[in-house]
Write a protein that binds this ligand. Structure first.
Ligand SMILES: [Zn+2]
Length: 85
């Protein structure tokens, strides 16, 4: 009798773990679908598209720039007035 109760409890534990595991995985998949990764044109690191500045060059080419590279470019401007970003 005790073994049967333990077996049922173990089975329930497995089912509960599988149920919550599946919910966790499906949530993770949705968040991956919502974020689109793009490469920064300068450092070539991948970022979420929402974090990047997008500029169209010519008719077709679209380039993305990350904030670190933009700050780096800003520092390189010759004769600029100092403004904190
Ligand atoms: Zn970059």
């Amino acid at each position: 009798m005790t073994i049967t109760v333990l077996a049922v409890a173990f089975l329930l534990l497995i089912l509960i773990t599988a149920f919550f595991g599946q919910r966790l995985l499906s949530r993770k998949t949705e968040s991956v679908k919502n974020s689109v990764l793009e490469q920064c044109a300068i450092c070539r690191n991948s970022f979420d598209k929402a974090e990047l500045v997008e500029r169209q060059i010519g008719d077709i080419k679209i380039l993305y720039f990350c904030s670190n590279c933009i700050k780096s470019l800003y520092k390189d401007i010759p004769g600029k007035k100092l403004v904190h970003l």
